[in-house]
Write a protein that binds this ligand. Structure first.
Ligand code: SF4
Length: 374
């Protein structure tokens, strides 16, 4: 079981980003007060008490100051019990990674930092409207490591406008010289509500073609494996088994509570998501109501979600799990999987599970669409 807290504030909007966040900070204080009330109301959302992970994501949680972080973390401890080995992560932007901020985070119990770097190339960073330079990104990682964080991860994006094979190699070589234990590599997509989506509609932005993206993805996968990273999820690589515990719990369909505007929660049989609007979220909580929508999962939803989440990881699916859920559906799925194994898109694991290959992951949207039961 895990806790996700969404901090939907950013200093500016990155051009590729479709996540819900606002660039005005005027609601910060009222938002944190509302978050604390939501915690009180929903403390029994998950059964049991021991939480295995806490994740502050956004938006930009690292723009919160010491007092704001303290209020949130103290309220979490007042409301739930975090296991002694719980993973406590926070997303940071390089410009926020100061020695003072890192000290505060350590004191508050954070033991995992993930830094949104995207690229070390200044020209590319400008084109996507990031606020940091490559040098600032390198210094941020070094500062986090030197402050005693043993679990530091970075995010990179491939397929950025203006990127080329040399810029990719440049990014990977810099990464290779840093002490990071986790890398998330995302392929640039045109997210709805992003600046790139608007530009693409006007014909002013064209993403790289699929073949080039596939080539870059497979190149990065090979490079990272050669320098000791394990490719454990479509977009995620870890050294020394330092998988993201929190995100792995999503992929293994464990329950979690999501707090704040636009945050999603899952309790094993239903999903719910809070209103994706800071102002409405605060106003509704101030009026004594949590504004959210909920979906009860039917058996076919659970079957499809099991495939969708487990196939994302290198551990894949257990045939018995699916056969137990619905033997008739499994007989159909099994035939399709045999086909994918023949095509090299899936492979059986020694422990009897079945996983996608890296080539399968590249085509996972189409593969999963064929596996889904309706
Ligand atoms: S990528 Fe991160 S910092 Fe940039 S707009 Fe999106 S949430 Fe904000």
């Amino acid at each position: 079981m895990g806790i996700y807290v969404h901090i939907p504030f950013c200093r500016s909007k990155c051009f590729y980003c479709g996540f819900y966040s606002v660039v005005s900070l005027q609601w910060k204080e009222a938002y944190i007060a509302a978050l604390c009330r939501e915690m009180e109301w929903r403390k029994n959302y998950l059964p049991g008490s021991g939480m295995e992970s806490l994740y502050l994501g956004g938006g930009t949680p690292s723009l919160l100051d010491k007092d704001e972080l303290e209020i949130i973390v103290h309220k979490i401890h007042e409301t739930w019990v975090l296991n002694s080995d719980a993973e406590c992560s926070i997303e940071m932007n390089p410009e926020d990674v100061s020695t003072d901020k890192l000290k505060v985070l350590k004191e508050l119990g954070f033991n995992r930092i993930t830094i949104g770097i995207q690229s070390f190339n200044d020209e590319l960073l400008k084109r996507i409207n990031r606020r940091h330079t490559g040098k600032m990104a390198v210094e941020a990682v070094e500062r986090a490591v030197n402050s005693g964080f043993q679990n530091v991860g970075i995010d990179l994006i491939i397929g950025l406008p203006g990127s080329h094979p040399e810029s990719l190699v440049h990014d990977l070589e810099i990464l290779n010289n840093l002490s990071v234990s986790h890398v998330s590599v995302y392929i640039l997509s045109i997210d709805s509500n992003s600046v790139f989506e608007k530009l693409a509609k006007k014909g002013k932005f064209r993403p790289l073609d699929d073949d080039t993206l596939a080539e870059q993805y497979l190149f990065v996968c090979d490079y990272l494996k050669n320098i000791g990273f394990e490719h454990y999820e479509i977009s995620n690589f870890a050294k020394n088994f330092k998988y993201s515990k929190h995100n792995t719990s999503y992929w293994q369909q464990q329950s979690y509570i999501g707090l704040g505007a636009a945050a999603h929660s899952y309790n094993g049989h239903s999903r719910q998501w809070n209103v994706a609007n800071v102002k409405t979220y605060i106003e509704s909580i101030n009026n004594g109501i949590l504004s959210f929508e909920q979906e009860d999962l039917r058996l076919e939803d659970q079957y499809n979600e099991y495939c969708m989440t487990n196939f994302r990881t290198c551990w894949g699916i257990a045939p018995d799990d699916l056969a137990r859920m619905q033997p008739f559906w499994w007989r159909e799925t099994e035939g399709k999987i045999r086909n994918y194994i023949r095509q090299g898109l899936m492979k059986p694991c020694p422990d009897g599970r079945i996983r996608m290959t890296e080539r399968g992951w590249l085509l996972s949207d189409a593969v999963l669409a064929e596996l889904f039961v309706v």
